[in-house]
Ligand binder design. Structure first.
Ligand code: SAM
Ligand code: SF4
Length: 322
């Protein structure tokens, strides 16, 4: 079992399979993807070793992320590898939804259980102004198809003062008849978005208070759940969640580790550096990888220092997948 010195257990792996993205979200890659880094991404045999090594240490849930994971042509094979790993119970993906409508069937056929799609606004023009793409309608159709295929769907929206700060009503109306969980993520400061962050960060706390005062109740979570505080309401088919990385004790329930698309272990989204595990992926068994992971976990800090503006090595979240 992967356990750190603070007693936290790590059941959940976020595996980035590319850092390339075709969107240019204002808070993440405002100038689009810049090809300025190593693009020697993990291959299928390395991904198989990672999934097996983590699963042998108790990982039950694997999320495939990026950059934009659907830009990898072998994504169905990646999903299939994760889903067929002994011990892995859930395979999830986080996507911008660009190729969702065309590809979601192949993902489900490969073994996908959970789908997270990013939608920062339900106003098509605002959506385009944030992401650079007029794609909201087809993304919503893709979500519908995912629901028809039995996927559990979560939608993520980054909360931004100047963009969607007044869209709570629109999101709640959508949830009235849509059986998804919509999570508002507080904007996080990264190396590249410092000015944008200052102008746009909003706390989720007033929204939480509003929900509690208007008939929404907290959902009880299990140990592979993410960091969202989720709420349900008897009159709504959907749930709403808040991810508040600046709130006190956010890190106390941390249950995830991250691997970058080039095979670096990141003990935290905002760690100073990634730790190379690629040399341990070439073996026939996973024993050395397991030993290495356990040893590296010894350096995991109790918390990030985001509230003091320390964003570590993370220039933007496309590097690691959020
Ligand atoms: N491209 C995929 C997508 O957008 O869903 C996966 C990668 S993206 C980095 C993962 C998640 O991180 C998305 O929901 C995105 O909105 C969120 N994200 C990116 N930058 C962020 C930031 N600075 N603060 C909060 N969330 C951020
Ligand atoms: Fe791409 Fe996702 Fe970043 Fe948007 S948030 S630019 S879709 S990686």
């Amino acid at each position: 079992m992967l356990k750190d010195k603070f007693g936290r257990r790590f059941h959940y792996l976020r595996l980035s399979v590319t850092d390339v993205c075709n969107f240019s979200c204002d808070y993440c890659l405002p100038d689009g993807y810049q090809c300025d880094s190593d693009r020697n991404f993990l291959g299928l045999s390395e991904i198989r070793q990672i999934c097996a090594g983590f699963a042998d240490l108790g990982t039950k849930k694997i999320r495939i992320t990026g950059g934009e994971p659907s830009l990898r042509k072998d994504l169905p094979q990646i999903i299939q590898i994760a889903a067929s790993t002994t011990g892995v119970e859930q395979v999830a993906i986080t996507t911008n939804g660009y190729r969702l409508e065309q590809q979601v069937d192949s993902w489900v056929d490969a073994g996908l259980n959970l789908l997270n799609v990013s939608i920062d606004s339900l106003d098509p023009r605002m959506f385009e102004s944030i992401t650079g793409h007029d794609k909201l309608e087809t993304i919503l159709s893709g979500i519908k198809r995912g629901l028809e295929r039995g996927l559990k769907v979560k939608v993520n929206g980054v909360l931004m003062r100047q963009y969607n700060g007044n869209e709570l009503g629109a999101f709640l109306s959508w949830l009235k008849h849509t059986p998804i969980t919509f999570r508002l993520i507080e904007l996080m400061e990264t190396g590249d978005n410092k000015d944008f962050f200052k102008l746009n960060h909003l706390s989720g706390e007033p929204i939480k208070q509003y929900l509690l005062e208007n008939g929404w109740s907290p959902v009880i979570q299990n140990n592979t759940a993410g960091p969202a505080q989720e709420f349900w309401h008897p009159d709504y088919q959907g749930k709403i969640g808040l991810i508040m990385p600046y709130s006190k004790d956010f890190c106390a329930t941390c249950n995830r580790l991250r691997i970058s698309a080039t095979g670096k272990l990141h003990l935290c989204l905002f760690a100073d550096k990634g730790l190379d595990i690629r040399p341990y992926l070439q073996q026939t068994d996973t024993l050395e990888l397991q030993q290495q992971l356990q040893q590296l976990l010894g350096d995991k800090d109790a918390t990030h220092w985001l509230d003091q503006g320390f964003t570590g090595a993370t220039k933007h979240l496309a590097m690691l997948g959020g």
